[in-house]
Design a protein around this ligand. Sequence first.
Ligand code: MCN
Length: 785
Amino acid sequence: MTDTLDEVRIGGLGASRRRAEDARFIRGRGTYVDDVVLPGMLHMEILRSPLAHARITSIDTSAAWAIPGVRLVLTGEMAAQRNLAWMPTLSYDTQAVLATDKVRFQGQEVACVVADDPYIARDAVEAIVVEYEALPPVVNPKQAMEPGAPVIRDDKEGQTDNLTYRWDVGDAAATERAFAEADTVSTLSLHYPRSHPSPLEPCGSIADFDVATGKLTIYMTSQAPHIIRSAVALVAELPEHMIRVISPDLGGGFGNKVPVYPGYVCSILCSILTGKPVKWVEDRSSNLSSTGFGRDMYLDGELALRSDGRILGVRMHVTTDQGAFFADAQPSKFKVGLLHSAFACYDVPVGHISAHGAYTNKAPGGVAYRCSFRVTEAMYFQERMVQAAADDLGMDQAEFRRINLLHDDAFPARTPFGFLVDSGQYGKCLQLGLDAIGYQDFVAEQAAARARGRLLGIGISTMTEPLGAGNSREYDILGIKMFDSAELRVHPTGKAMLRTGARSQGQGHETTWAQIVAHELGLPADDVVVEEGDTDTAPYGMGTYASRSTPVAGAAVSMVSRKIRAKARKLAAHLLEVSEEDVEWELGRFHVRGAPERGVTIQECAAAAYTNMPDGMEPGLEGNAYYDPPNLTWPFACYIAIVEVDPETGVWDVLRFVAVDDCGVRINPMIVEGQIMGGLTEAYAMASMQFQTYDAEGNIVGSNFMDYLLPTAWETPGFELHEVVTPCPHHPIGAKGIGECATVGGPAAFVNAVHDAIRHTGVRNVDMPLLPDRVWEALRTGHDY
Ligand code: MCN
């Protein structure tokens, strides 16, 4: 057994160790793609379409070529000659690298220029003359599905309308029967608006094709460098062992850096064509208008209810706006990611989801923005429907949840759509949240305040989230095996180097992985250096998204450390001159059973591995491990907001916010709290101000931070954090993911609170973001907005 006090001293499990990476980040010494300068490097700039829908009648690049310092002007036709006209999206659709026939959204890539410096490249882009024949744009998925709507993807064989996919999940007939038996049916229609992750650092790449060796090195903003390497090998038909992808420090990702974007492909092609390194770094406006949108989903939801408050069944009709290319970060079998994780924390016997998507003249949407593949929408819809149902039954919203949440003895529990939720203490989390916020006192205060004309509201959101994106033997989520990896080398002096196939974008892996090694081996965490993001050195991994790093790569770190410990035990037996069975482990040390004073440290074992191993033992103390999890991890959260709505202006303020998170064992509680606070800030952003929209002509409205609003520290409310720990039964150290929970579950708490404050008006729904004018209109008219 390990000693807790010692764990804290060496920076092991449960220590709120300061973040190792911050030493360089807060001094401005991080190395981001834009900091990388290679000899002879050229610069690339992209020409984007000003129109949302138009036929390209001609592209004249002659004036651009004539500008001194221009080395290459690339069009889609030239890309096609290299078989790179199209690139795969994350959903087996294809996206034009550079448009040739038509442009299908404002901001679409049409051509690019490579020049000696970025300013020449930008000037030259403006010198390209493209003639367009404007076509009518469609920016709403419901209009896109109307007969006679212009067909956006006429490039796709057999595509005669704008339907992207249809998908059904659940048992329609059994759900029908549940609705027939219901005392009440509660209905709600909602829109989850389009949103953009907007990381601090936009996307970029430097492709460096070495004509002498044929090796391609790509520095790029990627959350999944190994997958990118395989994709480049397959798409560009280059040998994978001759491709090195380096993802240096990332200034945030939030899902924005998972997909392949045309800019990456263009920089690779331009480097091959010029024989020089080619750098492309997009500006804020490009990032906000053409990469990585999430959400944009419409719901018509119904809950079948018994009069005592039990949910008998759920039905969800969903429409997604995919934009011009189907780039949804979807698992292969499921067209809307893990949307069917809806109601996973409730004891709901049956359910049915029918979904379809539509192409529109908007940038590709549906990319996983801090959502574990559409779980953000699932939980928002779920929690808004739950609150509406409680209201419809005239029940207290906390009591309604208490009745329907899975009870502790229900685990493992099968959800209405087939997931297996393995563990949790949902009632305890809810109660802790209610106690922390003083629920009963507030309800009394709310009534008194209302009598005085003050509009106070309280909103609850309880949710679980399938985190881990790994193969599940229980439930074949992704249709492919998904795993992650770790490689650990303990040097002769007892210092260690750990590499994983994940890629931190700010989450703190350099700190927490060292803590897992410290926990397993007793090495001080400061003696463990962690590296990620270089495919030439790190073992093959699937990357960091869907909060999968702790559930999968973190587990691999544990496993490889245990392998090292097993070898160290043999070395200890040799050094102590006893049999292996007579050797006992304590944190950082082996001793002889029954003689604790006779021992050797893990560092002494490391030295022996290189200098004094037993005859026949392979030298060295290193190894690797691949972890293929048997299930997802299922963290749980209860978020409760108290707000006050100003009846004169519709402005709402958050008076208090309580968060109770159960992510199993916390490796680093401080980092976990940072993840929760960051996630709640994004949740508040979505509830209050952040959304991306287009006008009727298909012009994007939020392509800069004047129009696309994010909350600053000034607007962001304070969060009161609490924890419950239910260890994950299948993870070696009992940890579950946490990175997305607060973004996923947070929005409904804010929105439910505002609805609670204005419920006397009869308004059922105001869509996010709850801008003051929307709330004010709803208050004034009593209509949904
Ligand atoms: N952790 C822990 N104990 C746990 C669970 C996690 O100490 N029980 C720690 C981890 O070791 C890690 C951090 O918390 O340092 C987040 O872990 P995890 O939940 O495994 O999530 P990932 O590392 O896989 O990160 C992905 C997740 C996602 S999907 C998005 S999007 C996101 C997020 O994390 N993007 C982020 N958080 C972000 N935080 C920052 N700063 N920047 C981003 O781009």
